[in-house]
Design a binder for this molecule. Structure first.
Ligand code: ADP
Ligand code: MG
Length: 545
């Protein structure tokens, strides 16, 4: 206990738990390894799924590392770090989450052995840093450039990301859809491409089968139907007006006395005023019609009078369209989002082949489809079960992400543990040149990379010891660069020839962020856990998002 002016100095809240020094570090390593143990069995085509009952009694069956860790809502700070690692990997490149977590835990496991030999954590961290720098360079040298026009290669990349996710029957179909979607959303920037995954909207509805999942060349307004049942539900050669604010806003500006106050003293005046208002609404809608629109997407409510006039003019209208959807509509139809409908002209309108309302049970959705060269597209996911639809959404995200990754960096490496085995060999060779104790850490890094082929073996029920021996031997041969684990037949096989390929970006980030996470954990020598705060009376749980 420390004292200040004779009084005990209290820094921490009562009930806080504090662990220091080696205790803290060991505790963190154990927690991180435990987390990795949980997701490890999902790795690869023969990985198993996890079933979890998440918050609000939601049943989730998934093979996706990031989802499992996110839904588990872990409490231990080091375990949380691992969950964060998965999340970052997921957000940045969309795939390779389990790989990153398993590698990070393996790095910590190897670090533990070095700690036992009294090697200081900062030396280990430094060694890891040296190793990862080399590994990144080696990855780049080893990677193979792909031709983005080569659909077969793209298809293999997509299929590799979907392997073992329980959708074997539809993987070709999903690969095709992912490739077409990314191609559409990709934007040329300089010599390369930029893809914003958010330009590919995923909408799911239970019903029909996986193979009925379709690519919509446009946008699905998924939470709204046409505002008035009398309006058309199907419009061909659509000219779409995108108006952000309520039509009445323009009305206010047109209204007599705008900017000041108007005082209504008797019922006749009121009637005249309402009459004038109807007239102005008529004027606004006429303006929209005159611009040539036959569909109106409005970011706000459409008042009843306006609905009535729109209906008479045969215009389909949807109200309260979300801002994000409005932007997507603008990117898909190439229409401009107009603030004041009185300013609208034909140049502001978007266009598309068909706008159609579709009904699913009680839900209605509006499909803005057949857009010409849309910069925003949608995938409409169909599956017989809700849980399956959820998993398909995750699987499609992965496959869209990997394709987007090769669009942004057109280089690939072979998976199935091939790239990790080759890197391990090369980093070991580099380690021989490293002087000082860091050498041990560099070697530890090389060993840690082999956790991926080992786990792939384990999950496939193969003997990892035999296979890793064979794998190392085959990588000694200069033609053995892409030898990896044949999880279906046992033994080893050339993964590049087999078409098990992954984007360089995914592997690079998985390794880099694994080292980063492991390093953060190794540098910590003090863990302070605040006492669990009790929810105050009446505090309710966060509503499901
Ligand atoms: P992650 O969350 O890390 O992406 P996955 O469960 O998707 O985890 O598994 C990815 C691993 O599975 C990668 O190492 C990848 O190379 C490997 N893999 C994918 N398809 C095959 C295959 N057909 N044969 C062997 N390994 C494969
Ligand atoms: Mg994957």
């Amino acid at each position: 206990m420390r004292y200040l002016a004779g009084k005990p100095l209290l820094l921490l809240k009562k009930g806080s738990i504090r662990r220091k020094g080696k205790d803290a570090l060991r505790g963190n390593i154990v927690a991180s390894k435990t987390i990795a143990e949980i997701v490890k069995s999902t790795l690869g085509p023969r990985g198993m799924d996890k079933m979890l009952l998440a918050r609000y009694d939601r049943l989730i069956v998934t093979n996706d590392g990031a989802t499992i860790l996110d839904e588990m809502d872990v409490k231990h700070p080091a375990a949380k770090m691992m969950a964060e690692l998965a999340k970052t990997q997921h957000q940045e490149v969309g795939d390779g989450t389990t790989t990153a977590v398993v590698t990070a835990a393996e790095l910590l496991k190897k670090a533990e052995v070095l700690l036992d030999q009294n090697i200081h954590p900062t030396v280990i961290v430094h060694g890891f840093k040296m190793a990862v720098e080399q590994a990144t360079k080696m990855l780049d040298e080893l990677s193979v450039k792909v031709n983005l026009e080569d659909r077969e290669v793209l298809k293999k990349i997509a299929i590799t990301s979907m392997c073992g996710k329980g959708i074997e029957a539809a993987k070709d179909h999903f690969a095709e859809i992912s490739i077409r979607a990314v191609k559409q959303a990709a934007e040329k920037r300089g010599d390369g491409y930029f893809v914003d995954i958010d330009d590919i909207q995923l909408v799911k509805r239970v019903g029909k089968s996986l193979n009925d999942t379709e690519l919509i060349q446009g946008v699905i307004v998924n939470d709204r139907g046409v505002v008035n049942p009398e309006m058309p539900k199907y419009v061909r050669n659509a000219k779409v007006a995108l108006i952000k604010f309520p039509l009445e806003r323009a009305l206010a500006r047109q209204r007599p006395g705008y900017g000041g106050e108007i005082t209504i003293r008797d019922p006749y005046q009121m009637k005249a005023f309402v009459g004038a208002e109807s007239e102005i609404i008529q004027k606004i809608v006429d303006k929209i019609k005159k611009a040539g629109a036959n569909v109106l997407m409005c970011g706000s409510r459409i008042d009843e009078k306006a609905q009535h006039i729109l209906e008479n003019l045969g215009i389909m209208a949807v109200q309260q369209v979300k801002d994000s959807t409005m932007e997507k509509l603008s990117r898909a139809t190439r229409g401009k989002i107009v603030k004041d409908p009185m300013d609208i002209t034909d140049k502001d309108l978007g266009s598309c082949g068909v706008v159609e309302e579709r009904k699913f049970g009680n839900d209605k959705m509006v499909f803005v489809q057949e857009c010409e060269e849309p910069k925003s597209v949608s995938i409409f996911i169909r599956a017989g079960l809700e849980r399956l639809a959820d998993e398909i959404e995750r699987v499609l995200r992965d496959s869209i992400s990997v394709i987007a990754n090769v669009y942004m960096k057109d280089k690939i490496v072979a998976g199935g543990g091939a790239i990790e085995a080759e890197l391990a060999k090369r980093v070991r060779k580099y380690a021989r040149k490293v002087v000082g104790r860091e050498q041990l850490a560099v070697e530890a890094f090389a060993d840690a990379l082999e956790a991926i082929p080992r786990t792939l073996c384990e999950n496939a029920g193969l003997d990892p010891i035999d296979i890793l021996v064979d794998l190392r031997a085959s990588h000694e041969d200069k033609n053995g660069v892409w030898q990896g684990v044949d999880v279906f037949n046992g033994g080893i096989v050339d993964m590049m020839k087999k078409g098990v390929i992954e984007p360089l970006r995914v592997k690079e980030l998985a390794i880099k962020s694994a080292v980063e996470a492991a390093s953060v954990i190794l540098r910590v020598d003090d863990v302070i856990l605040a006492p669990e705060s009790k929810p105050s009376k009446g505090t309710s749980h966060r509503a499901p998002g």
